[in-house]
Write a protein that binds this ligand. Structure first.
Ligand SMILES: [Mn+2]
Length: 241
């Protein structure tokens, strides 16, 4: 069986809750479409758990890109020289990451041993940018954000990092008539898609399957889908005020 999940955002308890429901077997695969880190309380615990699971295939989200770049910088020994050399771009990156909920990621990262830090960095570096998966004769494109500056004749390899992980896909539009049957994305909490009700659920329309159900937001929950059966799995929903 092939399962897909996205935007876990530090919600380790919800991750365990959904894993328990899908009861992943050795021969199964679980694609995680990015934004594992930031916002929720335990991003590193999720990453460490994923690192122990050889049948998890991670795909990068914008939060992994921010984390990788900033942690690389923060890992350097801070010297007078490096402070002098700190470029505006790096400062902006650090600032932006902070605004996007980096605190829990940094807090947990700091508690890791140097060896574990190294392993986490290597693991993050290996995240895929997108994956193509075929199940029961249907072709799926799996990507975190996706298809910025889309053109019908644009090859997947032609999309740059930003276009795949930061761009938001247009859920009102079908992108491919025959090349892919479905595009599965995270990045945009489904509650923000017009017409969606609480608690958040998987959105399926116009060949899209949007699975970021806002695990760290009010009214949100963590979702997983099974591509073989179409089944959807959910954690408990967050309370609404
Ligand atoms: Mn995202």
């Amino acid at each position: 069986m092939i399962y897909v999940m996205s935007d876990i955002h530090g919600e380790y308890d919800k991750f365990k809750e959904v894993l328990k429901q899908i009861n992943l077997q050795k021969e199964d695969l679980l694609y995680v479409l990015g934004d594992v880190v930031d916002r929720g309380p335990h991003p590193m615990e999720i990453l460490l758990k994923m690192m122990e699971m050889p049948n998890v295939i991670p795909i990068a989200g914008n939060h992994e890109l921010m984390a990788l770049k900033c942690l690389r910088f923060l890992n350097q020994e801070i010297t007078d020289e490096s402070i002098d050399d700190l470029e505006k771009e790096m400062l902006d990156d650090l600032m932006m990451w902070q605004m996007n909920g980096s605190k829990s990621t940094i807090d947990e990262y700091r508690r890791l041993t140097p060896d574990m830090r190294q392993e986490v960095m290597e693991y993050l570096t290996d995240f895929e940018l997108y994956q193509e998966v075929s199940v029961n004769g249907k072709e799926y494109l799996l990507v975190h954000g996706g298809l910025g500056n889309y053109r019908k004749d644009k090859d997947m390899e032609e999309y740059d990092l930003h276009e795949l992980v930061w761009s938001r896909i247009d859920y009102e539009k079908s992108y491919y008539e025959d090349f892919y049957d479905y595009i599965i994305t995270g990045h945009t909490p489904t509650l923000t898609i017009p017409g969606m009700a609480t608690p958040a659920s998987v959105y399926r329309k116009n060949q899209h399957i949007a699975i970021d159900c806002g695990a760290c937001f009010e009214g949100g929950r963590l979702a997983a889908i099974c591509l073989d059966t179409g089944e959807e799995f959910y954690s408990q929903a967050n309370m609404q005020k």
